[in-house]
Design a protein around this ligand. Structure first.
Ligand code: NAD
Ligand code: TYD
Length: 377
């Protein structure tokens, strides 16, 4: 017999149930924290395979909440998905789970196709199967996508930005897999009327980001007296979005967005990579000067600034030159705009990494996998 949410949890049955996939990753874990703060009548199921990028330590403070449940599982496992959809009768699906790092997609593209394309297809299929048993017009399936599906912009035409009407021209295996998933999501809307929405955001930064992405990698390498690799000429441009602004935008789209629509989410912070790397070094020089950093005691005693570690390296293959988001539709249709000031939030983020050196150590040594075993096995 199918258990209701109230039978499973003791939480009253009017609560909305939400499936978050990939909730142990960077944005997913920030989103779960955010949602639990915003909504008291919500029950969140976090389905995550716990790949190298998934870390339950990110959710340690809420793991015993009555209205939160973690399930270890793969979004490509259709049987498992059918069981979960039956058991919880979700009102919302917020789909973050993905392989998310461009450099990895260049080295090993196939896992990106498996997770990002096949996984999304499986999720859509299970959602439709369950939701078509009754009225589904109030349900929402939100695909978390990326501005990278639009391809690359010219750096010399600053007025060019990605709008929701820009055609998809993905150029890396990662962005091609996300674009394929977006097409599948749209196909379920057009073919079956499944109430799907897509958000496409720019580069996120903030707490709990795995130190393979630019900002946490630079912070972590600098603190450990390792070189700070800048690809190519360092002048590639990304638009940086603070993760909490992103969570707020997702919440807005879930409440006010129209099924079938795409919404671009950006931070209004177009910056060259080298600017960011220099900024991080300057902030670290102030917050944690090299003279206090034990990692510098043995070698490199002459360094006075983390900037001495900056090293230009070979460019990434097919490196997209510039991304820039036009988020007018979010503002005009849904009343959302980003609030964060880049320099302030970058400083907060550096502060978070300085305070959470153990978290970084655990994710870089694989120690965090033991956390799952202790908690759930
Ligand atoms: P992340 O790599 O930090 O986390 C991904 C999560 O998905 C991990 O917890 C991982 O264990 C889980 N996962 C991977 N394969 C899975 C599978 N087969 N089944 C279940 N779970 C699986 O990613 P992120 O940076 O938090 O990104 C989240 C989403 O946002 C992704 O879809 C990504 O494409 C998109 N996005 C991210 C950014 C960014 O700047 N980080 C920008 C634009 C879009
Ligand atoms: P990244 O954080 O990997 O995000 P994405 O490739 O999805 O935009 O990289 C952001 C930018 O920083 C991108 O232009 C590549 C560049 N980069 C470096 O210069 N050095 C690095 O070590 C990394 C990881 C990225």
């Amino acid at each position: 017999m199918i258990k209701t949410v109230s039978e499973l949890t003791g939480v009253k049955s009017e609560v909305k149930t939400m499936l978050v996939t990939g909730g142990a990753g960077f944005i997913g874990s920030n989103f779960i924290h955010y949602m639990l703060k915003q909504e008291k009548d919500i029950f969140i199921v976090n389905l995550d395979k716990l790949t190298y990028a998934g870390n339950l330590e990110n959710l340690k403070d809420i793991e015993n909440r009555k209205n939160y449940k973690f399930l270890k599982g793969d979004i490509c496992d259709s049987r498992l998905l059918d069981i979960i959809f039956k058991e919880y009768d979700f009102d919302f699906v917020v789909h973050f789970a993905a392989e998310s790092h461009v450099d990895r997609s260049i080295l090993e593209p196939n896992i990106f196709i498996e997770t990002n394309v096949v996984g999304t297809a499986s999720l859509l299929c299970s959602a439709k199967k369950k939701w078509e048993e009754s009225e589904w017009h109030e349900k929402r399936f939100l695909q978390i996508s990326t501005d990278e599906v639009y391809g690359s912009l010219r750096e010399d035409k600053k007025s060019d930005k990605f709008t929701e009407k820009t055609s998809l021209k993905p150029r890396s295996p990662y962005s091609a897999s996300k674009a394929s998933a977006d097409h599948l999501v749209k196909s379920y809307f057009y073919t079956y009327g499944l109430p799907t929405l897509i958000t496409r955001c720019s580069n996120n930064y903030g707490p709990y980001q795995f130190p393979e992405k630019l900002i946490p990698l630079i912070i972590n390498n600098a603190l450990n007296n390792k070189m700070l690799p800048v690809y190519g000429d360092g002048k590639n441009i990304r638009d940086w979005l603070y993760v909490e602004d992103h969570c707020d935008a997702i919440y807005t789209v879930l409440r006010k967005g129209k099924p079938g629509e795409v919404y671009n989410i950006g931070g209004n912070n177009e910056l060259e990579n080298i600017y960011i790397v220099n900024k991080i070094c300057e902030m670290l020089d102030e917050l944690y000067p090299i003279k206090n950093n034990l990692k510098f005691k043995i070698q490199n005693l002459k360094s006075v600034s983390y900037k001495d570690l900056i090293t230009y390296v070979k460019d990434r293959l097919g490196h997209d030159r510039r991304y820039a988001i036009d988020a007018t539709k979010m503002k005009k249709d849904l009343g959302w705009a980003p609030h964060s000031v880049f320099e302030e939030k970058l400083k907060d983020t550096i502060g978070w990494y300085l305070k959470n050196r153990d978290w970084v150590k655990h994710v870089t040594t694989g120690e965090y996998e033991k956390y799952y075993e202790r908690m759930y096995d």
